[in-house]
Design a protein around this ligand. Structure first.
Ligand SMILES: C[S@@+](CC[C@H](N)C(=O)[O-])C[C@H]1O[C@@H](n2cnc3c(N)ncnc32)[C@H](O)[C@@H]1O
Length: 349
């Protein structure tokens, strides 16, 4: 389809690009609505118990198969069409304390990994396990920066596995050396594959939004860590408990992430039965707004090539709305309500 015909078809279907007046109006009004909701949550605090969600019962994570089908096993072209070209990171980049430095997505992703390496106290000689490794973004950063690091990544996504295996075969790519891929879900059975007490550091970036049983997760991590081992986690959190802790079709982004949770910031740090908490940090949500805005622009530009064989308006609407909803979610209250939290734990002596 020719460029001008694509434009016409999108406008007729009322699908608007990130710079259009109609889109900006939609985003502004949704942001205003959410800001009012967030203020209600702040002014009328509720407990996690009152939402019926437990952090100590059930499996570590669930609905992983649905999640892969609905989200992570979309086409590789889709993800390559909007992620940064340097790391292919599929989580928030870091644009500075207030999330507004004028830097490229690639530089902001580099800054995110640098911040994480500093907070996780990486020395450069560790054996690291990365739960939910995506397209190997953290691995690519660490293998480039630290010649002494060894890293194992785990993901059940077929699309990510195919991508990673291709890079592992390419001798010019950082993933071709000192990187091991585990094609699996992360649950109790993983101990048989990985062995007890094998890792100096266990990391997850943008994965514990799928976590259900915090107690079981941290117990499992403690079994995999060596003496003096550490564990560092980065995931989306809310300032206070919201009625939508558990994502479902009725919540703004539930249909994109089956089985997801958005935990209140303080919850994870309470689980110190198996590990000691060293520190926690909050990263302002405007960083996610900026990242999503850049992804949205890149996605919009990729539409002609992504859908040249199958001009699928439903798919375009689905992904365009995804960026709209996520952007509106992070921007209210100057990024203080939803953002990412960082948690550093260490093995008990
Ligand atoms: C938002 S992506 C983040 C990817 C990567 N950490 C990054 O920063 O680019 C979430 C990752 O978690 C993985 N994941 C989801 N559920 C999982 C599970 N039960 N076990 C292991 N990995 C899982 C997905 O396959 C994906 O790689």
């Amino acid at each position: 389809m020719r460029q001008e015909n694509i434009k016409k078809a999108l406008t007729e279907a009322k699908i608007y690009g990130p710079d259009s007046e109609r889109y900006l109006k939609q985003e502004k009004s949704l942001t205003r609505y959410l800001e009012r909701e967030y203020k209600t949550y702040l002014n009328n605090p509720i407990t996690l118990e009152s939402t019926g969600v437990s952090t100590v019962e059930g499996p570590i994570m669930d609905q992983t198969e649905d999640l892969m089908d609905v989200h992570y096993d979309e086409t590789i072209e889709l993800f390559m069409g909007f992620l940064d070209t340097r790391y292919r990171a599929y989580t928030m980049a870091y644009y500075g304390t207030n999330g507004d430095d004028k830097i490229s997505l690639e530089t902001a992703q580099y800054q995110k990994f640098r911040l994480i390496a500093e907070r996780a106290q990486i020395q450069g000689n560790e054996k690291i396990l990365n739960i939910g490794c995506g397209f190997g973004s953290l691995e690519t950063y660490l293998l480039q920066e630290y010649p002494g690091i060894e890293i194992v990544g785990i993901t059940p996504s077929k699309v990510q596995i195919t991508y990673l295996k291709e890079k592992m075969q390419d001798s010019t790519h950082p993933l071709s050396n000192r990187f091991t891929l585990i094609e699996d879900v992360f649950d109790e059975a993983i101990v048989d594959k990985l062995g007890l007490a094998q890792y100096d550091l266990i990391i997850s970036i943008g994965v514990f939004e799928q976590l259900l049983n915090m107690k079981l997760m941290l117990e499992l991590i403690s079994k995999l860590l060596r003496t003096n081992g550490r564990s560092f986690h980065h995931f989306i959190t809310s300032q206070v408990v919201t009625p939508q802790v558990k994502l479902n079709e009725k919540t703004v982004i539930g249909k994109y992430f089956p089985g997801g949770r958005i935990w209140p910031r303080d919850e994870f740090s309470r689980h110190t039965e198996h590990l000691d908490l060293v520190n926690t940090w909050f990263v302002n949500g405007k960083n996610y707004w900026q990242t999503l805005d850049e992804w949205h622009h890149r996605y919009w530009k990729s539409i002609p090539s992504l859908y040249c064989d199958d001009f699928n308006l439903d798919a375009i609407r689905h992904w365009n709305e995804y960026f709209l909803l996520c952007k509106a979610m992070f921007s209210p209250l100057d990024g203080t309500f939803y953002g990412n939290s960082h948690y550093l734990f260490c093995l008990k002596p």
